[in-house]
Every structure is written in C-alpha cells, then in structure tokens.
Design a protein around this ligand. Structure first.
Ligand SMILES: Nc1ncnc2c1ncn2[C@@H]1O[C@H](COP(=O)(O)OP(=O)(O)O)[C@@H](O)[C@H]1O
Ligand SMILES: [Mg+2]
Length: 457
C-alpha cells in the first residue's frame, strides 16, 4: 500500500471544505446582488409608476391618461431593456398600453407593488398600483402596470456576483497554496531527519540530536533514540553471548585436543581405547553445548517461532517426553513417573519449543537427582491456564541462587562440565514467549526441587 501523503490529504480536505463554503457563499452573494439590484431598479420603477398615476384623471364621460414621456424615457436611455405599460380600469381591457400584462389581484389603492413576471416570452420586473378616481361615474379604480425587461438588471447582478466570486475563489486558491507550502515547510525537518539517519554508518547507534528538530518532531526523535538504545543493548548482549559461547566451547575443544594427542602417542591400539572413550565423552558435551546454543537461538523472540502458535496438548507432550527420557532415568535407577489425567490439556503454543522446554526440565531433574531418586512430572488444569510441575528429590537449589540459575552459562557447580548452563535460560525464554510464568520452589516433601510452569490456555 502506498503511504498516505499529508500534502495530498490536506489539499483534498481543504479543497472540499473551501469549495463547499464557496458554493454556499455564492448562493448568498447571488441573492444579495439580486436584492441590491432590485432595490435600485424598483425605485425608478416606482417613480415612473407614480408619475403615470399622477397624470390620470377622469371627466364625467371619460378617463384621461396623459403618460409623461419622462416616465418611460427613464428606462430607455442607454439601456437594452424594453418597457411595457398598461393603464385601465380594474378587470377591463387597458385604455392605453399593452394587453394582458401580468397583474396581481390583491392590489391596494396608492400602494406600489413590485414583482417578477413573464410577458411574451420575456422575463419582466413589474410594478403595479391602483389609482382610485373618486368619481361616481367610475366606481372602479384604475390599475397602472409598468414592466421592464431584466437585461440591465441581470447585467448588474452578474457583474456584482462575478467580482465577488472571483475575489473569493482567488482567496481559496491562495489558502490552498499557503497550506501546501506550509506542509512542505512542516515536513522538511522529517525529511532531513530521515536523510541524516539513512546516511549513517551501519554501526552508528548514537542518539539523534533532538535539538535540531522542531518541538513536534521531538517525540519521533525520542522514540527513534529509545529504539536505537534498545538495539544497542541487544547487540551488546549478543556480543557478550557470542564471547561467552566461544569461551564455553573452547574448554571441551581443548580437552578434546589433549585427549586426541594422548591417544596418538599410544603405540598399541588397545592402549588407545581409554583415551578414545574419554574423547567420545568430551565430544558428547561439546555436541550438547552446541545443541543448547541452537535451542536458545530458536527460542529467542526475534526468531519468530513463537508467533506460529497452535492448539497444543501439553499433557501429551509431557507424557511423550517422560517416555523418551525413561532410558536415561533407568541408567540412574531413577523412578521417573507421570501424574495427570489422560485427557488432553490444550494451550496455544509452539510444539517444538514446548517439547524443548519439557525436555530441559526433566533432563535437569534426572541429571541433578542422585541414583535411586524420584522424579515426577505433573500436568494439571488451573483457572485459564495449564500447569506443569517437575518435582525431584535431589539437592534442590538454595533460595539465594534461584534467580541466578536462569542466567546464561550459570551453573551451581562450575566444575560440572557436563552441563552447559543454558537449559534454564532456554526454558525461561520459551515460557515468557508463551506469556507464561516459571517458579522454582522447594519440593512438596521438603527435599528436592519443584519447577512450576504456568502457561495461559
Ligand atoms: N532439578 C535441579 N536440581 C538441582 N539443581 C538444578 C536443577 N536444575 C538446575 N539446577 C542447577 O541450575 C543450574 C543451571 O541449570 P541449566 O540452566 O539447566 O544448566 P545445566 O543443566 O546445563 O547446567 C545447573 O547447573 C544446576 O546447578
Ligand atoms: Mg540443564
């Protein structure tokens, strides 16, 4: 997906909002302009209407209409408009002027009324009023109507409207341009920040200087610095781990070397045999150490194995591992047993890692419990979780060392070269990767160790 552009988004929004506002404003501007033009033009319509009405009078036999030229000239001077008028008794054909001009029905004496109408296909603005004659011969009043085509009125409206809208449209365009260049200015520091980070050497994890950036970008810089700090510490931990691992591997390899040299010095094949046996044993520890290193690397969160979770039957895994390690237990005459239901106990997890975890814990129990000992593996359901307990009756781990044994390469007995000191680190990595918890306790009988692992169901 293409990244959203701030500039584009802002432009679209601003343009949408401003043009809607402009459209609404245009509507109001148009009605304002029309009202202003009507007001001005109606005033002269009114003058003409009154001019004509003043010159209407009645004798005993007829009505005299003497339309003053000025009343009509007013409109025609220099304008493209035509004027229509009619004077006649209310409800009858006009005495003079045009036939059937639109006339409102509810006129009142001596009050001019203005309205829009159509006449012979042309839009007209009209004024009308009633003039009472106050004579018994003519009971009905005279209706005076005068209308004018709206060309020049429209011209004025359009001129007013266009200049108004033109100015405002210009304002919208300027506002858009200002907003766009403002985002460009605002985004600039982010771009140069990106450039500065991109052009760094690979191993430069020093903090970015947040004094060079505007206040709004400081949180981003802080977050980058925090992340770089984390990466730096992770790299340092990894570097230390590789050094430690190399040191740990060096010991069995040096022993192997000595044993090989010793074997080579022997002249007779049968003298070589004990040396080769020792050689074989040391090789076993070296292989174990290498396997543990690999297991640890697999269990690390960066490896992503933890992400591929599925429904896993923890009880089945525990039973399988007990069966798998029975030969090891028999060699030490240890009574290795499984306690728990035969029904499955499902948790969301990675089966490979969970087997690794159980194997390491049973291996520890068998390894550190003396001959003829007792090791019990328990799997039980707990509220919203599953619990795995591995109980032995060996020497246990003193309370003060229960944190340390989780450290990489830590062994309670540093002279024990069979272990790698990685087992519990691997276990804890796997437990935490499954959002679980691990505890070291005294065994229920008092003698020995109980390792208790809780994993969310
Ligand atoms: N069940 C146990 N009983 C007594 N001590 C134990 C037990 N499990 C672990 N330990 C102690 O914790 C240390 C660290 O264990 P671990 O990380 O598995 O490394 P390793 O077993 O390779 O030495 C062991 O060296 C041992 O001293
Ligand atoms: Mg171990």
């Amino acid at each position: 997906m293409k990244a959203k552009s701030l500039k584009r988004e802002l432009a679209v929004w601003l343009f949408g909002v401003l043009s809607t506002l402009l459209a609404v404003d245009a509507w109001y501007s148009y009605s304002d302009a029309l009202r202003a033009a009507n007001q001005a033009y109606d005033r002269s319509l009114s003058a003409s209407l009154k001019g004509i009405a003043e010159r209407i009078y009645a004798t005993e036999s007829e009505i005299v209409v003497d339309i003053p030229y000025s009343a009509l000239e007013l409109f025609e001077a220099g304008s493209s408009d035509r004027v229509f008028y009619s004077v006649g008794l209310s409800g009858e054909a006009p005495i003079t002027g045009y036939d059937a001009l639109p006339t409102p029905s509810d006129l009142e004496p001596n009050i001019a009324v203005f309205y829009d109408g159509y006449y012979k296909g042309q839009a007209l603005r009209l004024g009308a009023m009633l003039k009472p004659l106050y004579r018994t011969e003519f009971a009905k009043p005279v209706v005076v109507v005068i209308g004018e085509t709206t060309n020049s009125r429209q011209e004025v409206v359009q001129r007013l409207f266009k200049s108004e809208i033109g100015r405002k449209a210009l304002l919208v365009v300027v506002a858009l341009l200002v907003a766009l260049s403002a985002t460009r200015i605002a985004v600039k520091p982010v771009e140069s920040l990106g450039e500065a980070i991109r052009s760094r050497p690979d191993d430069d994890l020093t903090p970015v200087d947040s004094r060079q950036v505007p206040a709004e970008v400081v949180p981003l810089v802080d977050a980058i610095n925090l992340h770089m700090d984390r990466i730096g510490r992770m790299l340092e931990a990894r570097r230390r781990f590789i050094t430690d691992a190399a040191h740990q591997l060096r010991t069995p390899l040096a022993v192997l070397n000595t044993q090989a040299e010793y074997a080579l010095r022997q002249r007779r094949a049968e003298d070589m045999r004990p040396a080769v046996e020792a050689f074989h044993q040391s090789l076993g520890s070296a292989i174990r150490l290498t396997n543990q290193l690999l297991a640890l690397s697999r269990a690390e969160p960066v490896n992503g194995l933890m992400l591929s979770r599925q429904q896993v039957d923890l009880a089945a895994i525990a039973r399988d591992m007990v069966v798998e390690l029975l030969p090891l237990a028999e060699r030490k005459r240890i009574d290795l047993g499984y306690e728990g239901d035969d029904s499955p106990l499902f948790i969301a997890g990675n089966p490979v890692l969970l087997r690794e975890m159980v194997a390491n814990l049973i291996d520890n129990a068998l390894r550190y419990t003396p001959t003829d000992g007792l090791v019990t593996v328990v799997v039980e359901a707990a509220p919203e979780s599953a619990r795995l307990r591995i109980i032995d009756n060996g020497p246990g781990i003193p309370e003060g060392s229960r944190d340390q044994v989780f450290l990489r390469f830590f062994r309670l007995n540093p002279n024990d070269h069979h272990g790698s000191g990685l087992g519990l680190s691997i276990v804890r990595e796997i437990v935490h990767g499954h959002d679980g918890e691990i505890e070291l306790l005294d065994a229920p009988d008092g003698q020995g160790l109980e390792v208790r692992v809780s994993l969310p169901a």
